[in-house]
Design a protein around this ligand. Structure first.
Ligand SMILES: *Cc1c(COP(=O)(O)O)cnc(C)c1O
Length: 406
């Protein structure tokens, strides 16, 4: 697409990363090839020496992958992007590129479970020390900064507590200390939050979630702001090897075309679901960035263009009642992952955040009874009716439990 700074986000979703192709193809061709033929021995040598531009081998670069990367770089307002085999490949590549033995990392306490485990289990062995703090408390972040702090890694809204962190304030504190701010923007997608606008340095996503949006791809992406960082990250990614393949890139790029319209529906439905839940008698609490009861509601208004499709809540009766609820829904499916067109429900303490351990979960505010709901794009009245049936089943089970047995 011809670049025009005034082009709207919706139009960018449809056209970004799309070029002119052979035969007038409207969509990018899938170059499902591992390697590229050189015109001559000299040509191959000059590609390797960087004297000529061209493709060599798909782990290094591939045109279908690049088309998807360019699309996301444009949507995030970054310089370039790097497609990765999964969200975790993106996370591990970022830490691989930015940290060395003796460095210190500050990470949100409420963060995707395997990110905690990656820092605690693998990077710790390489001499990288991590401190987990509630990053929705800017002062707590400032207090955790040490002279050797290299990276402040933020997930906002955090998974699964949906705590919102003040990106501009954290970036200011980080930059004073020459630390880099990395934001996992998976929960919002660039349609709802663009962390570079709040001075973040690196943005990453699990493409598996909202960006692809159809629950049929595992992928990740890293977006950077300048050429120097890009070159360093590209080298790290090529060496660690966690690149995405052409076909998955094609699917993600296809998914992005409807990102804007999907996010609109996710937001529209999620607020209705959250408001419904807040009124139900067996609900203990509901957390959704669009509810006035959210502790960082005002900050969310400043940072987001919409409040997203993720809701967390707890039902009365703790973990057992949560299980009754999950086993009673029919439209929503019990599955981990999120951000797809279909509604999904899951229990972080026994599923996505199990590997963190109870202590780390409690420190991150992830209670045993917390249920996470990814609001899909189905008819919202049907989503609510499904939850209503399940919550009434919980109510019945609680009433039964309250009757003394004879
Ligand atoms: C799913 C997820 C990841 C990891 O992505 P994968 O594609 O599963 O590797 C990272 N961060 C967040 C916030 C996620 O939801």
């Amino acid at each position: 697409m011809k670049k025009n700074s005034k082009t709207s986000f919706e139009t960018k979703c449809v056209h970004s990363g799309i070029d002119e192709y052979e035969f007038g193809s409207v969509v990018p061709p899938i170059y499902q090839t591992s390697t590229f033929k050189f015109k001559s021995a000299q040509h191959g040598a000059s590609l390797f020496a960087g004297e000529e531009k061209g493709y060599i081998y798909t782990r290094l670069a591939n045109p279908t992958v690049e088309a998807m990367e360019n699309s996301i770089a444009e949507l995030e307002g970054g310089y370039k992007a790097l497609g990765c085999a999964s969200g975790m490949a993106a996370v591990s590549t970022v830490f691989g590129a930015l940290t060395s033995s003796g460095d210190h990392v500050i990470c949100s306490a409420a963060v995707y479970g395997p990110t905690t485990t990656l820092l605690n289990a693998i990077f710790k062995r390489y001499g990288v020390e991590s401190t987990f703090v509630d990053t929705s408390n800017t002062q707590a972040v400032k207090d955790a900064v040490k002279p050797n702090t290299k990276v402040i890694y933020i997930e906002t809204p955090g998974n699964p507590t949906l705590a919102i962190s003040d990106l501009s304030a954290i970036a200011e504190a980080a930059h004073k200390n020459n630390a880099v701010v990395v934001v996992d923007n998976t929960f919002m997608s660039p349609a709802l939050q663009r962390p570079f606008e709040f001075s973040a340095d690196v943005v990453l996503h699990s493409l598996t979630k909202f960006l692809n949006g159809h629950a049929d791809v595992i992928g990740g992406v890293i977006v950077v702001k300048d050429e120097e960082t890009y070159k360093h990250f590209r080298k790290t990614l090529s060496q660690l090897g966690g690149v995405i393949d052409p076909f998955n890139s094609f699917l993600v790029h296809r998914g992005i075309k409807t990102l804007s319209i999907r996010m609109e529906r996710h937001c529209e439905s999620a607020i209705k679901v959250a408001e419904y839940l807040e009124k139900h008698p067996v609900i203990k609490w509901v957390r959704y960035p669009g509810l006035k009861s959210h502790p960082q509601y005002e900050l969310g208004l400043r940072q987001h263009d919409g409040h997203g499709g993720m809701i967390t809540f707890e039902v009365e009766g703790g973990i057992e009642a949560g299980r009754v609820m999950m086993n009673s829904v029919k439209l929503a499916q019990i599955a981990v992952s999120l951000g797809g067109v279909e509604s999904l429900i899951q229990h972080p303490a026994s599923m996505t955040h199990y590997s963190m351990g109870k202590e780390a979960r409690e420190a991150g505010g992830i209670s045993d009874g917390l249920v996470r709901f990814s609001v899909g794009i189905e008819n919202v009245d049907e989503i609510i009716a499904d939850l209503d049936f399940a919550l009434n089943s919980v109510k019945e089970s609680l009433t039964k439990a309250a009757v003394p047995s004879v």
